[in-house]
Design a protein around this ligand. Sequence first.
Ligand SMILES: Cc1cc2nc3c(=O)[nH]c(=O)nc-3n(C[C@H](O)[C@H](O)[C@H](O)COP(=O)(O)O)c2cc1C
Length: 207
Amino acid sequence: MGETQNIREPKNALVLTGSPRPNGATIALVDCFVAQWRAQMKPEDPVQIISAYEAALKPCIHCGYCKHTQGCTYDDFIPLDRAFQNADLLVVASPVFCLGFPAPLKAIFDRTQQYYEAKFSLGIQKPVEKPKYALFLVTFGSPDSRGAAMMEEQLRLVFHLLNARLEHTVMARNTDTLPLDRIGLGHTFQGILQDFKTKMNSTNPSR
Ligand SMILES: Cc1cc2nc3c(=O)[nH]c(=O)nc-3n(C[C@H](O)[C@H](O)[C@H](O)COP(=O)(O)O)c2cc1C
C-alpha cells in the first residue's frame, strides 16, 4: 500500500513551436529550454515537441459542429488534443510575425474553440482535465515588444481553455541583429523549472 502511494507519475512537457526555420532563434530558445528540462527533470519525464508548420492544421471554418458534438468536423486536431490532455507543462514558442502569431500556430489556437463550445454549449466542465503550468517563449527581430505583449493577451485566452496558467513569458528581442544569450537563458529556465517542480509538489504531493 505504502509503496504504491510513493510511485511518482512522469511529468509531461509539451512544446508547441511556431517557427518555420529549424535553425532560427525560436528553435534555439526551445533547445535551451529542453536542455534544462533534461538536466533538471527525471529521465522518465518526456518532452514532446510539435511544430505547428509540420502539423499544418486546417483553419477553423466556424461550421458549428463543436457546438453540438464534442470534437471537430476535421480529424487533424486529434493528436494535438491527446498531447494537450497529457501535458503537465505547456510551452508555446513563437516568433513575432506582424505583431502576431505565424498563421499555422494561430490555426491551432482557433481550433481550441472546440473546448470553448464543449464547456459553454455542451456543459462539459473541464474539456481539458489536467491543469498545466504554461510558458510563452517569444522571439522578435526588433527591440519593440508590442507584438509579444499582444500575443501574450491572445495566449491567456487560449490557455484558459486549455486549463493552463501562464506563469512566465521569456522574450528574446533583437534576434535579427543579436545572438541569443544562451547562458542567461539557461539560468532563466533553471529558475522556472525549479518553480514548476515546487508548484507540482505542492499541488499534488504524490507526483
Ligand atoms: C513575416 C514576418 C513578420 C515579422 N514581423 C515582425 C514584427 O512584427 N516585429 C518584430 O520585431 N519582428 C518581426 N519579424 C522578425 C522575426 O520575429 C524574427 O526574425 C524572429 O526571430 C524569427 O524567428 P526564427 O528565427 O525562429 O525564424 C518578422 C519576420 C517575418 C518573417
